[in-house]
Design a protein. Structure first.
Length: 136
């Protein structure tokens, strides 16, 4: 009798464990799917960092008029910190809006900058402005 009791207790534990196995199995599958999603989630274009992407976008779409943070069309409206502050544009969010929608004589570039492009290029412009546009 005494030998049977631990055995039946074991069986009961076994049943409990297998009953608890089903939710755990689903949990593992969920974790696996989540990990796969994390690994396979599409990276930003070119797999570059936000800053590198901003720099590349600037070269492609802004440098033609704003080489080294200047402005070849409107001399005063440069991307240097002093000018941005003078015109109330010393803010990456404002710069992103200008990049996408344009301002005054400047057209908007939302279509060519792509998803997140205005923000990326604005972050880079802002970084350059606060660093004094080292190349200019
Ligand atoms: C075809 C020439 C041209 C291109 C290309 C261009 N801009 Fe401009 N940008 C201008 C002109 C002109 C102004 C002045 C607009 C005004 O106030 O009339 C200006 C103004 C700005 C300003 C405000 C500067 C200030 O001191 O007030 C920002 C910020 C700016 N541009 C960012 C960008 C960014 C970012 C890009 C690239 C996505 C870009 N621009 C591309 C011509 C250009």
């Amino acid at each position: 009798m005494a030998a049977v009791l631990p055995g039946s207790a074991e069986t009961a534990a076994g049943v409990g464990a297998s009953a608890g196995l089903r939710p755990r199995w689903w949990l593992r599958l969920l974790v696996l799917v989540a990990l796969l999603l994390l690994v396979l989630w599409p990276r930003p274009a070119w797999g570059l960092s936000e800053m590198a992407r901003g720099a590349q976008l600037f070269e492609q779409h802004c440098a033609g008029c704003h080489v080294n943070g200047g402005n070849i069309l409107r001399r005063g409206k440069t991307l240097k910190l002093a000018a941005l502050e003078r015109y109330g544009r010393a803010d990456p969010a404002v710069i992103a809006t200008i990049a996408a929608a344009g301002v005054g004589q400047m057209g908007g570039y939302a279509a060519v900058l792509g998803d997140g492009g205005p923000e990326a290029v604005a972050s880079w412009v802002w970084q350059q402005a606060t660093a004094g546009w080292p190349r200019g």
